[in-house]
Design a protein around this ligand. Sequence first.
Ligand code: F6R
Length: 236
Amino acid sequence: MKFITVDSYESLSKKAANIIAAQVIAKPNCVLGLATGSSPVGTYKKLAEYCSAGDIDFTEVTSVNLDEYVGLDGSNDQSYRYFMNENLFKKINIDIEKTHVPNGCAKDPKAEGERYDALIESLGGIDLQLLGIGLDGHIGFNEPEDKFTKETHAVKLDESTIEANARFFESIDDVPREAITMGMGAIMNAKKVLLIANGKNKKEILEKAFFGPITPFVPASILQLHPDLTVIYSEN
Ligand code: F6R
C-alpha cells in the first residue's frame, strides 16, 4: 500500500487526477470505477481541465459507478447519476452510453445487482477504482456488518451515513434510507485502487482501516489485502 499525505485538498485532487489521467493515457479503452460524494469533486474538476486542454481523451473509456440511492432516477438532482453527469460526464468527451451507474429504480434490486456484476465482468473488470471512505469505514455503500458481501447488492444505510449525507439534502428526512452498491468482489478485483480522503474527521477511520485489523466492521480494511492500493489523504 502507498499511503500519501498531502497538505491541501487541491494537491490531493491534482495527484488523484494525475493517477487517473496516467491510466487513461496508458490504456485509452480502460474501465474506470468511479465514486460520488464530496471527496472526488476536485479530482473531477482537474480531469475536466486536462480533457479541455486536450491532454486526455475519454472517448474510448467506459465507467462504472459504485452506487446509487434506491428510489432516485437519473433526473433527480440528488441521484448519483445526476451528480456524475454534472460533475464529470458533461465536462469531458466520454460517450455517455459507456457510463454506467446502478439503477436505483430497478423493481428487483437482486436482479439489478446480478445485471451490474455481469456487466462489469463482460467489460473485463475494472482497471482503476476510485474510492472515498465513509466515517464508519464504508466503501461504496458497503456498511459495517459481520461479513464482507461480494456481489452488487441493496443495503440499508447506517444512521451515521444518513447523517453525513444530509448535508446534500434539504432535510435529513429526505435522505434515502437504502442504496444499491457494488460489492467487495468487483472492488477487490480492480487492478488498481485509489482511495482519497480529506478532513481531520477522516483521520481516525483511516487509521483503523489501513493500520488496524482487517474486519467487516471496518469495511475499507479489506483493501489492505489489495496488491495495488494507493491512499491519498489531506487533513485540510
Ligand atoms: C460514493 C460512495 C461513498 C463515499 C463516502 C465518502 O459513491 O461510494 O462511499 O465515497 O461516503 O463520501 P465523501 O467523499 O462525501 O466524504
